[in-house]
Write a protein that binds this ligand. Structure first.
Ligand code: ADP
Length: 682
């Protein structure tokens, strides 16, 4: 979903924290400066020893005893002497004391001498010296003790170093909090329009959304209601407040929502659920309030909340639940209940994790309609390709149906992307129109990444990869129940593949038989089997295949009831169907161990089967692998030609019984009956 304002709020947040940081630093510097001025502007420290010698030399005029220091004021002559020695007047080495003296300002470090009106010149610490008073008497020095001043000084220090900074910080924080909760203002933290994206007219219609007929049908009703609210309310029918679009990413949920707005010719507001969630409690709720207020002012209109699961997650009562999210959700529920549908306000929300939504959100009167927007089937894919091919010039070689067949599992955004990639590819090669070859290349770019031309593999590696890929392809051709090979290549791709075999089904399938799944596992392990057979060693290249094979074997046992050991027991359930389809085991540990054993057994049998098939067809394997090393990429047709030649199978022009003829533009790879080995669970 496009949203031009999406990034505004993080900036506001940063701004908020920036202000706090700068203020803290300023206050700290101020306090440190003041403190050091206070401390540093006083008299200079001297040793007790020096003080005594000054006393003896009769240089001291007056002494002021504070609780922890002795402040010393020199006689005028002694001062003059010091000045001459150091070239400065008064307290040598201390410019501040001079200043202070001129200003006659007291109250900083040490107390001002009341008689002379002068600040002390030096100070020294206390030493356990009981004879000090005698010595002072002897030297004829005036001395005094002023506890009150010291207390005042301590209090002042306390105020400047502790109370003042804390006070300033508290004022700043209160100010910030008020800003956040009230919204608007300079930072606008709580303002929902900071994240909202609004289109007066989307210009999208249902015609732009291909496939998804059921979803469109359900939404058509809503459009009708937005056109004539009176028609429904007249009869007493309650109009829907919200609908939830559920489906995997990229299937056109946002597009559908826009199409509803476009069809109804009403404004379209959109924002993402995650935009509500902030670290400050209360901000999300205030955004929801703002959003509904604005939407109601603009009604009739459509509000689209993408990724509603970000705020709509089930509220949990466990300790440490997310208060902010819950408040936001509660506010959303309250607003949904509160608004008047007759104004023509409709809330559409999208999610790919419906199972985690709070049940309160799905109650009647809220998002009570659930519209499934699933991955498109073959027909849907053809239609989506057609919609996106409309604006692209294509030559007559293009067969969108073949592309749709090769892209089982692709969603609308993938297909739109493929058409665009194909067009870019055509331009890159200096052509004016897009050909079928461009489209197939684009399918590969989307599925396995771009060709990685700069990766140079050693001769030996190329041989290994070649045998590995031909291993897959040959095992495919040697078995029944497999999809035909479309292409074999050893050109590395950016998404990590060093080579791959592309298979295209002859028709779209919604069910897989047990035999097909078993054949898939054998095909997946065919690459590794070829490596072991030919090189007597194995490489890391099979990691992906192994993962794939294990996944299928596990699902057969735990989900499809296809193992004898466990029979029809459901051992796993799918967690999030619309995302990665991850499964969770719902059985005891002991059973989990047994499942692993069963998976291992299945994989081992499949691997042996693959090795056996390849060993029996070693000549074919060598020939095709050599051809692949030479050509780097071969088509399914070339592959089948060598396959048939070596095995002495006639070309399909004179098909044998049981071997389907090659259809136009597509390759039928079901091997003839007699070429199939007897084994393999058939
Ligand atoms: P979602 O919201 O489900 O993640 P989007 O609506 O954002 O998916 O789809 C992204 C893009 O994919 C759309 O802009 C559109 O170009 C394309 N697309 C997806 N589904 C369809 C469809 N059914 N028909 C036509 N185009 C589609």
């Amino acid at each position: 979903m496009d949203n031009n304002n999406r990034n505004k709020d993080p900036n506001h947040n940063r701004q908020g924290w920036g202000i706090i940081l700068v203020t803290t630093l300023l206050v700290t510097f101020m306090v440190m400066g003041l403190y050091s001025m206070m401390r540093g502007s006083g008299p200079e420290e001297i040793s007790y020893d020096k003080f005594l010698s000054m006393l003896e030399d009769k240089k001291v005029q007056e002494v002021n005893l504070s609780s922890d220091r002795i402040y010393i004021t020199l006689t005028d002559e002694a001062r003059q002497e010091e000045f001459e020695e150091s070239g400065q007047a008064g307290n040598p080495g201390n410019v501040f004391s001079q200043l202070q003296e001129q200003m006659q300002s007291g109250g900083s470090a040490g107390s001002t001498d009341e008689d002379t009106g002068r600040n002390p010149d030096y100070y020294t610490g206390y030493v356990n010296d009981y004879t000090l008073v005698d010595k002072l008497d002897e030297a004829g020095v005036e001395f005094s003790r002023e506890p009150a001043d010291t207390l005042g000084q301590t209090l002042l220090e306390l105020f400047i170093t502790v109370i003042l900074p804390i006070g300033l910080m508290a004022i700043m924080l209160v100010w910030l909090m008020r800003k956040m909760t009230k919204g608007g203002g300079m930072m606008g933290i709580g303002k929902s329009n900071a994240k909202m994206y609004m289109e007066k007219e989307t210009g999208v219609t249902f015609q732009d959304v291909a496939g998804e007929d059921e979803a469109k049908e359900s939404l058509q009703e809503v459009v009708d209601f937005l056109h004539n609210p009176g028609k429904y309310s007249g009869i007493g029918a309650k109009l829907p407040k919200g609908a939830l679009l559920v489906g995997p990413p990229g299937t056109g949920k946002t597009l559908l929502a826009k199409a509803v707005a476009g069809e109804a010719k009403v404004p379209f507001f959109s924002l993402s659920g995650s935009a509500f969630v902030e670290m400050y409690v209360g901000v999300g709720a205030s955004r929801v309030r703002d959003l509904f207020k604005q939407a109601q002012q603009q009604a009739p209109c459509i509000v689209f909340i993408d990724e509603i699961d970000a705020i709509g997650k089930t509220r949990d009562s466990s300790l440490g639940g997310n208060d902010e999210r819950e408040q936001t959700l509660n506010q959303l529920l309250a607003e949904m209940d509160g608004f008047d549908t007759n104004k023509g306000l409709l809330i559409l929300a999208a999610t790919n994790r419906p199972e985690i939504l709070d049940p309160a959100l799905l109650r009647p009167g809220r998002f009570d309609r659930r519209i499934i927007v699933d991955k498109p089937d073959l027909k849907g894919r053809v239609e989506i390709l057609k919609v996106h091919a409309k604006d692209v010039r294509m030559d007559e070689s293009v067969d969108l149906e073949a592309i749709a067949l090769a892209t089982s599992g692709a969603v609308g955004s993938d297909l739109a992307n493929m058409i665009n990639e194909a067009a870019i590819n055509a331009v890159k090669h200096g052509r004016q129109v897009v050909s079928q070859k461009d489209l197939f290349e684009a399918v590969e770019v989307v599925l396995v990444g771009k060709e990685k031309k700069d990766r140079i593999m050693s001769k030996e590696e190329r041989r290994i990869v070649s045998y590995h890929e031909v291993g897959h392809a040959l095992v495919t051709a040697l078995q029944k129940n497999t999809e035909p090979v479309q292409k074999i290549t050893i050109v590395p791709r950016t998404m990590g593949a060093l080579g791959y075999v592309m298979q295209t089904p002859e028709e779209e399938k919604f069910l897989n038989t047990k035999k097909e799944l078993e054949a898939m596992i054998v095909v997946a392990l065919g690459g590794r089997a070829a490596e072991e057979l030919v090189f007597d060693t194995v490489t890391t290249g099979a990691a992906n295949d192994i993962e794939q094979a294990t996944k299928i074997a596990r699902a057969m046992i735990t989900q499809y009831g296809m193992s004898e050991r466990f029979g029809l027991m459901g051992l796993e359930s799918i967690q999030n169907r619309y995302l990665d389809g991850r499964a969770v085991l719902n059985c005891g540990d002991a059973t989990a161990g047994e499942i692993d054993e069963e998976v291992m057994k299945m994989l081992k049998a499949a691997y042996e089967e693959a090795k056996k098939l390849l060993a029996e067809n070693r000549e074919t394997l060598d020939k095709i692998a050599a051809f692949l090393i030479e050509k780097e990429t071969i088509t399914g047709k070339e592959f089948m030609k060598i396959f048939r030649e070596v095995k002495g199978i006639p070309e399909p022009d004179e098909p044998e019984e049981g071997a389907p003829a090659e259809r136009e533009g597509r390759i039928s790879m079901k091997p003839a009956e007699d070429s199939r080995p007897a084994a393999g669970g058939e």
